[in-house]
Design a protein around this ligand. Sequence first.
Ligand code: FES
Length: 314
Amino acid sequence: MQPKLTAKVRCADKEVGRVSKVIVDPISHEVSHLVVCESNGHGNERQVPMSHVREVLNEEEILLGCSSNEFIQFPAIDRDQYVTIKEVEIAHLEDHLHVEPGEILVPLPTLEQGVPRRTFFNNMTHAIGTLIALPLVFPVLKYLMKPMYKPFDNAWFSVGNVKRVKKENIGYQFKFTRGFKEAFMPEQNIEKNIWVVKATPEVQKAVYEGKDKKFHDDAGDVVWVNKRNSPYIGFSGKCPHLGCGYKWRRTKNFPDGVFLCPCHLSIYDEAGKVLDGPAPRALDVLPLDVNAAGEMKIIDVEYKAGVKNQIRLL
Ligand code: FES
């Protein structure tokens, strides 16, 4: 049973406050902590791990397995370390949690910090499983995916006009449609998106590090060069961690805005550099051309997710 956000909170000896917020683990979608606003008139908000909840009575009342003296030892919430789920999108969270009205928070810092051991063993299990299975499945996969083993087509896609980009160093999303063919299936159109930043010279420098950026085809030939002083920079809409879509968001800690990925909370600045989270590299810059009328087109390059270096897939 899930607690209501206004539920009373009792210790063994007395009532200590009401639930004012809940903190959710964005991976498991489970409530990890209750934030309890003390009823002693000071309005302090303490962060109580769910492991200290003994019972949820009719969603209206929560019984903690500690005394009121122990309760006041729980730390006060550091609100800067969290964002609300209105600021990040957690897929399917609403299906799982019914705690409205009120604030549902997810932690802002790197999520993996607290679980190195679990992560290590999970990764190890996956790695061993993959190694055992690879010789068996690779010939089958290669056969099934044969249509994907073709040279990069380097086709240009129109994405819109730069007039929409009003301010410098802010992310603007542009959508486009691309035909995609999977093995043995008819071609389908898929919706994709990129983020465009009109970069100041400082941000251009941070992105290009003073050098033009060359893009290559599968034979190693240069197909396009982004000039280091071009103001418009296009980032692939896929997060380099595991490929989720991310958004431009303003948060308390980043009032001017950052790119924030909802899946595991990687944060990138306007130059695409990683500020926080598990992302292994900066956002992927795309080949981008702007004509005299301001119409933008891009080559829809895709790189492998989850690795430090850019390995082109598409
Ligand atoms: S996919 Fe994991 S942080 Fe974006």
